[in-house]
Design a protein around this ligand. Sequence first.
Ligand code: NAD
Ligand code: FES
Length: 314
Amino acid sequence: MGPGSVTSTLDRSAPVFKIVHAQFLAPGIKRFVIEAPRIARKQKPGQFVILRIYEQGERIPVTIESSDPERGTISIVVQAAGKTTNLLNSLETGDSILDVVGPLGKPSEIKNYGTVVVVGGGVGTAMAYPTASALKRAGNRAISIVGARNKELVILESEMRGVSDALLLTTDDGSYADKGFVTDKLRQLIENGTRIDLVVAVGPIVMMKAVSEMTRKEHIHTVVSLNPIMIDGTGMCGGCRVLIDGKSEFACVDGPEFDAHKVDFSVLVQRNTMYRDAEQRSMAEFQAKKNTQDHPEDGQACSVASGVRQGVQR
Ligand code: NAD
Ligand code: FES
């Protein structure tokens, strides 16, 4: 029995979104293709969805990597970081997700800027990809920079190569391509005198901040995609408040993309770490339950899958 039976404990009359394909791209990083025809028809690069796996579950924002309006599907990429994303990544082809709300957020501003550099850090590459693709189709010369901690964590390399005039790759440990951070490649481009009209950066906050500091000095227009905690995704709850040019804005409706040089990254870091203790406790409980059920010799003869179901019922 697959962990997909997550939904078997739920109200069967509730609308669910079927997973038509699920595949790990890298350890802990999984791509899901989900039936969501209305979202697939409307989705534009830069937008995201908010998912809920079960009735009392946490709502999590996830980037839309691509959509296929003809098949009525969207594709998302999820990195297992906490309890909910671990639960999500245990779902398989044929399973379902309770709620998928979207497309949310303003689309990326796509036009012919000239030469654009799209920077994808780690799993942020999944959000950088549709934007890079749209910017290339709009006639830009597209240079992409993709960075990951190591070889195993490089994702969407061929996809990014396919939409880029040049793809520059780095790994932090040098296990693949060039050793270093994405910012090393950006610095090289700037130092080589490459004309850059726009930089788009998506990835961990520390990376987006480093890119922003580098381009500010060069007066290069830079856009970052922010990923604060989100709840309703409608601009009502205030959960995703970010400080832009000294004013409060909501990433879910005013973003997620903002002018990097106006973003207060320290507020973003502070708000994103506010629930870290609770998240760690929840993850530890989930892991402990999973471990117990992974070892039936401890007297708990049940599968990880049913462990997931028990987690859901709590
Ligand atoms: P990671 O920590 O593995 O970093 C990815 C790459 O970012 C590194 O390989 C490096 O090239 C670069 N980087 C990291 N630290 C840097 C620094 N100090 N200076 C310059 N470059 C640096 O990333 P991960 O584990 O894949 O995590 C991805 C993060 O991106 C998560 O925190 C996730 O929440 C976030 N994310 C953001 C968005 C978004 O919309 N902004 C979308 C998806 C994921
Ligand atoms: Fe509630 Fe943005 S998620 S205001």
